[in-house]
Design a protein. Structure first.
Length: 318
């Protein structure tokens, strides 16, 4: 069955941000001008600037979404302490590049609370982390996106009340130590997520994916220079189910503490139809689970299609 693409923001008021010809020239100005957003009066900031540079954190408002025309056409960057974008409310971020160039203790999207949906985006961090979830009862969805950073890419500090769903996401990191690249908790689902790490000599204790939840059709490739220890996927609390997933950890020198799969603490790992070499078990066995898995599916419009729809809507409002 073929479904028509529907503009999910057709009932939103559009605020157009562009270097010229828009409502505002900066995202901060557009945010500041929105003072009456409500459940029945939602806004979308349509971003059309390939090189907007900011020097202060953007704290998002409730009932406001951020939509661009695609990663190359819509970009916000800056050297900002802590988060480039703080999102304490439900929010959609679509078709954007967001980059925090600060090399200190900083990240791209932080303060995640509520339902935050990131689609068709590139999130790039030159500092500590990329996405930082520190509020309970949050739902984070990341689809068709690219995430990169120097240490941990996804960090959840709010326990099992957080739910993360990642689908068709490329994750890359090239520096740092004591990195748990993706930290997930019970109930999280990673589908077709590809993790690649190329870390220099001197870094220590690297884990590709750590925690509990479900991995389906994923890959973890850790190309590491003399790093010790290294684990591709680790279940360190709760149950981690790994299906149709490939894991590879490669050293310049082979260490005894290099393992593709590791189970530690109270963790349990169920593995089905996966490719890997070595396992390390600290008291709990790796189990084989043949339970059938039904993949998720969703029809989404491209960022260019959505951006054009919103632009035409803005012109009708102007």
């Amino acid at each position: 069955m073929i479904r028509r693409l529907v503009n999910p923001y057709k009932d939103h008021i559009v605020k157009y941000v562009a270097p010229s010809g828009g409502d505002y020239t900066t995202t901060a100005a557009a945010l500041a001008a929105i003072t009456d957003a409500a459940a029945g009066k939602r806004y979308v900031i349509l971003h059309d600037n390939p090189n907007e540079v900011i020097d202060t954190q953007l704290t998002w408002k409730q009932y406001v979404s951020l939509v661009g025309f695609g990663r190359s056409r819509s970009k916000v960057s800056g050297a900002v302490s802590q988060a480039l974008l703080t999102v304490p409310w439900d929010c959609d971020i679509h078709g954007m590049t967001l980059q925090n160039t600060n090399t200190g203790n900083s990240w791209v999207v932080g303060g995640v609370k509520g339902a935050v949906n990131i689609r068709d985006c590139a999130l790039i961090s030159n500092g500590a982390d990329n996405i930082y979830v520190n509020a309970a009862s949050s739902t984070l969805t990341v689809e068709n996106s690219y995430l990169s950073g120097k240490f941990d890419i996804l960090v959840s500090q709010a326990g099992d009340s957080v739910r993360t769903y990642m689908r068709n996401v490329d994750v890359f990191t090239d520096a740092g130590e004591d990195a748990k690249i993706l930290r997930i908790v019970t109930g999280d689902i990673l589908e077709r997520v590809r993790v690649v790490a190329q870390l220099p000599a001197g870094a220590e204790s690297v884990v590709g994916i750590q925690g509990a939840g479900t991995l389906y059709g994923c890959s973890v490739d850790l190309a590491l220079a003399n790093i010790n220890p290294v684990y591709g996927i680790e279940a360190n609390g709760g149950t981690l189910t790994v299906i149709d997933t490939t894991v590879r950890t490669a050293h310049e020198d082979r260490y005894e503490t290099r393992f593709d799969l590791r189970v530690s603490g109270s963790g349990v790992m169920n593995v089905s139809n996966c490719q890997y070499d070595d396992t390390k078990v600290d008291g709990t066995p790796v189990q084989i689970d043949r339970t059938p898995w039904q993949a998720h599916g969703r029809l989404t419009m491209t960022s260019a299609q959505l951006g054009r729809m919103l632009y035409n809507q803005w012109r009708r409002q102007a």
